[in-house]
Design a protein around this ligand. Sequence first.
Ligand code: ES4
Ligand code: ZN
Length: 408
Amino acid sequence: MSVIALLNLDVHFSAALRLSKGVAKGLHGGDVTLGEGALTSSAPHLPASLRRFIEVVPKAELHVHVEGALEPELMLALAARNGLPPPYPSVEAARAAYHFTDLQSFLDLYYFGCSVLRTQLDFYDLAMSYFRRAAADRVVHAEVFFDPQTHLANGLDWSVFMPGLARAAEDAAVELGLSAAYIMCFRKEMSAASANDTLSGALPWLGRGRIIGVGLDSSELGNPPAKFAQVFERAGRLGLQRVAHAGEEGPPEYVWEALRVLHVRRVDHGVHSLEDAALMAALNASRVPLTVCPLSNLKLKVYEGQLEKRLTQLVGSGLVITVNSDDAAYFGGYAVANYNYLAQVTGMGVTQVARLAANSFEASFFVGPGSGGEARRTALLGQVAALAARALEEEEKQETAEKRRWRR
Ligand code: ES4
Ligand code: ZN
């Protein structure tokens, strides 16, 4: 069967997943169980050919908060540049503080870190450092979240953060071949009126700021999506794409609400959908993607003790699952590290990784200036299929060579 046929057949996909999991067990001796700290970006538990494929296959990043890409080195440098007291005594002290018990314990440090962002250049440097790091992981398209309310609350105006972010997206295309756009998130613990005011503030920037959509992020429990029904309806009328974080810590009901009340085109995280068979069936039928963030789920202790089983279920579910890095500077890795971790805990092989990379382009919006549109989507899907075919051929050659050696 051709790789393209494999990529299009989810029945085959699930069967192949089970198969390759068996192989992974045989190869590496037992289930791979990774706790926090056992992670390395070099992923020593993965076959070298799979590691190489993960590194070179083109990917889209659809769930990354630009503020969450603020590495401690840059955080301290920006504090110094802006004459602010350093938020941590050292880079090491910052990293040592990044131990979270749940979403809120992370958000507290994430918003604290944002306080060093003061100027247009700060936002440019932040976004550019993310794009450079992403491009090194062969991310070729990114639809990036940012939190306007956080920066407005810090006393900054749209004319500070938006030009910096927009210029970085333009430069990423030229310097790195990475197409990028922004999705502004409303903070769920803030009021619907504040979200509506924020959308009004964005109006002058919709045409020139590379903003393609709206999302919902921050504290989930107690803040169901329906709270934002009106502002999402308005965003829809403005022609903006709609997405929302739902089912990260919250129940499947919040995912239902995001679909039925907010009419989202993608669900961010959505891992708790697994607890509702009817919801899984609805997501499967509608092809609404879940942007899953494996290292985020690990570090924020979502599904603690069951995460590996849950991620394996998601990858084998037939849903449009994508792999994303969420807040890479806080959770220990960018795109490749997230694919590596997922491959280690699920035992998936080249065909499954190719399916996830293809999903990332299928789930991308590819709208707005510089996106490349449908032509870019088609071209990138073609590249994934061609690379997967070559990687599978290589694997087959190696297996044949190995068998010959055994026969001698
Ligand atoms: C976030 Cl991991 C996560 N969840 C919800 N909101 C967020 N904002 C930044 N990271
Ligand atoms: Zn997120």
